[in-house]
Design a protein around this ligand. Structure first.
Ligand SMILES: Cc1cc2nc3c(=O)[nH]c(=O)nc-3n(C[C@H](O)[C@H](O)[C@H](O)COP(=O)(O)O)c2cc1C
Length: 180
């Protein structure tokens, strides 16, 4: 198999958990986005798997990736996005892609999405505020317009939502294996 490197960013551990699952399933190396600055071995890898969480409609860590993009732009790049958006809300996921990636990246990257995790009491104050604002918005939405995940968000807004699941990485693993 071609050598693969997983590069990830995680604020509260959900994307890190996925990055670990992916690198263990592929038996490949894993670094954090912030390590891209000092990493000197990109030459050894042909495939890059970027694992990034979504915050307020944007991919966290993408600016660091963009600043170092010249170091990986020749490689096969796969993006694994982690959020809480309902799987059926493709338009919302697409909006994050468009807002976060350059057009060139949008065409080049193979993109996967999985649902992550949120534990209210672990959130830092600004994230708590943003989360509460989102919940307030959902409360105003007519009930028949809420999707399944949004209903769960309203019911568990002050405790924990955990969708981390090994099954969510399987199509990505299959794809990366097909590159060899
Ligand atoms: C303040 C805040 C904003 C968020 N914004 C979004 C969002 O715009 N879209 C989305 O799909 N998920 C959003 N999420 C959910 C996170 O992406 C999810 O909890 C993810 O698993 C976090 O990954 P991490 O623990 O690796 O940082 C948000 C979560 C918080 C706390």
């Amino acid at each position: 198999m071609k050598r693969t490197l997983v590069i990830y960013k995680s604020k509260y551990g959900a994307t890190q958990a996925y990055a670990r699952m992916i690198s263990e399933a592929l038996g490949c190396d894993r670094i954090m986005v912030d390590q891209m600055k000092l990493f000197s071995q990109f030459g050894e890898y042909e495939n890059i798997v970027l694992c990034l969480p979504i915050y307020n409609g944007l991919l966290a860590g993408i600016n660091t990736v963009k600043a170092r993009y010249y170091r990986i732009s020749e490689k096969n790049i796969t993006l694994f996005m982690v959020g809480l958006t309902d799987l059926a809300s493709e338009a919302e996921i697409d909006r994050t892609v468009i807002a976060s990636l350059t057009e060139g990246m949008q065409h080049k990257f193979r993109i996967f999405y999985a649902k992550g995790r949120m534990t209210y009491r672990s959130l830092m104050p600004l994230d708590k505020m943003a989360w509460n604002k989102w919940i307030k918005y959902l409360r105003k939405k007519p009930e028949q317009k809420l999707n399944e995940t949004e209903m769960e968000m309203l019911n568990h807004s002050r405790d924990k939502l955990d969708y981390i699941d090994e099954a969510s990485i399987q199509s990505l693993i299959k794809y990366i294996r097909s590159l060899s």
